[in-house]
Ligand binder design. Structure first.
Ligand code: HPA
Length: 272
């Protein structure tokens, strides 16, 4: 059923556009403005695709935007669906797989994240070097889709080394401060307790979030190159005495936005 819906969505996309993206960009909470500034060639709302998961969160737009970023054919996912909304992780990665089937060769995954690493600061950006996904079910559980990838995919290098070097160099060239670290995915929707954050720090996490690791896994399963950027919207629960709210996270993501936009404009064409 799942595979049938996936290929039906591909067919529905093909009926609407023959645009062939090479790069995919997934925009995290509060970072959607990047899509607003692009010249939209075609857009497809997730709701237009029968069978496709759609966001249940107030204010979350859900659409694919087909555009060119400095000449590079790109599909942007403005809004994603999350495990905490009640979708399975497998359903949550359907958009990733669909973009893979559209022909995308590299993906940039972005998110808002809480800093576990105490040397980080709000509005910092972190390039993801690796992830911990052990607290959420693998999106690859269930019958393997052999035409997408192998049953037991390697995850020893999820975040492409060559692309990471490009991003690092572009950040230096453009004087954009950039951290590097490990992203740990949690189910959400609740934020963490201080005791949990201390545990995640011990386990090697630099930031925590609710979205990206499963997407990276689904993309790697398909052999797509992956990179990821986290925007630090808050210090995690044991560092700050401030209570966390979604509104605060979205607002702080906006504060990080100018740097984020600069980094994306510099790196996306280089991913091609
Ligand atoms: N925890 C989990 N997810 C998040 C956070 C956080 O502190 N901030 C933004 N996304």
């Amino acid at each position: 059923m799942y595979e049938k819906i996936l290929y039906s969505c591909l067919e529905q996309v093909r009926k609407k556009t023959d645009f062939r993206p090479k790069i995919a960009l997934v925009l995290g909470s509060g970072l959607g403005d990047f899509a607003e500034k692009c010249d939209i060639i075609t857009e497809i709302s997730y709701r237009e695709l029968s069978g496709f998961p759609t966001s249940t969160i107030k204010g979350h737009i859900g659409r694919f935007i087909f555009t060119k970023i400095k000449g590079t054919p790109t599909v942007i996912m403005q809004g994603r669906v999350h495990y905490y909304e009640g979708y399975s992780t497998k359903e949550a990665v359907m958009p990733i797989r669909l973009m893979g089937l559209m022909g995308v060769e590299a993906m940039m995954l972005t998110n808002a994240a809480g800093a576990v690493n105490t040397s980080y600061e709000v509005s910092d950006m972190m390039m993801i070097t690796d992830h911990i996904s052990s607290f959420v079910p693998s999106p690859l559980i269930g019958a393997n889709f052999d035409n997408l990838g192998v049953r037991f995919p390697d995850m020893s290098v999820v975040y492409d080394k060559h692309i990471r070097n490009i991003i690092k160099n572009k950040a230096v060239e453009n004087l954009i401060p950039l951290r590097e670290g490990v992203y740990l995915q949690l189910t959400g929707p609740n934020y963490e307790t201080p005791a949990e954050i201390r545990m995640y720090r011990t386990l090697g996490a630099d930031v925590v979030g609710m979205s990206t690791a499963i997407e990276a896994m689904a993309a790697r399963h398909m052999g797509i190159k992956v990179c990821g950027i986290s925007c630090i919207t808050n210090m995690a629960a044991d560092v700050t005495s401030q209570l966390l709210s979604h509104e605060e996270v979205a607002e702080k993501a906006k504060a990080a936005y100018p740097k984020f936009e600069k980094l994306l404009n510099a790196t996306i064409p280089a991913l091609n």
